[in-house]
Design a protein around this ligand. Structure first.
Ligand code: SF4
Length: 109
């Protein structure tokens, strides 16, 4: 993804419009939703209710706050799976940084 697609380090496509997903915790995505939209799990993501900047820190910036939020997120596993399957290169996904996901991927090979 080109850097021009970023605004303040947060990719434009990191999150689906909540109106399409429903209110967090109220409407569980169905199997059809998940098939139609691989990001349907984001309806229950904690980061959607916080500052996305924390999840896409500038190079060398702290990831501690984002990772702390991830520890309480009920879609952490889905988030990490999505990031690994889609080779997300930037930001915190599933409580792991880019470098940590890279290491995890190498270990899995
Ligand atoms: S695990 Fe972290 S990055 Fe993933 S959805 Fe939850 S809060 Fe957001």
């Amino acid at each position: 993804m080109a850097m021009s697609e970023y605004r303040s380090g947060v990719p434009d496509d990191w999150f689906v419009d909540p109106v399409q997903l429903g209110v967090p915790g109220v409407r569980k995505p169905s199997a059809d939703d998940i098939e139609d939209n691989p990001l349907a799990w984001q309806a229950d993501s904690l980061c959607a209710q916080t500052d996305p900047e924390a999840f896409f820190p500038e190079k060398g910036g702290s990831t501690r706050d984002a990772k702390r939020i991830c520890t309480s997120c009920e879609v952490k596993a889905q988030c990490l799976d999505y990031a690994l399957q889609n080779d997300e290169r930037f930001g915190i996904w599933g409580g792991l940084s880019e470098r940590e996901r890279r290491k995890l991927r190498k270990r899995a090979v």
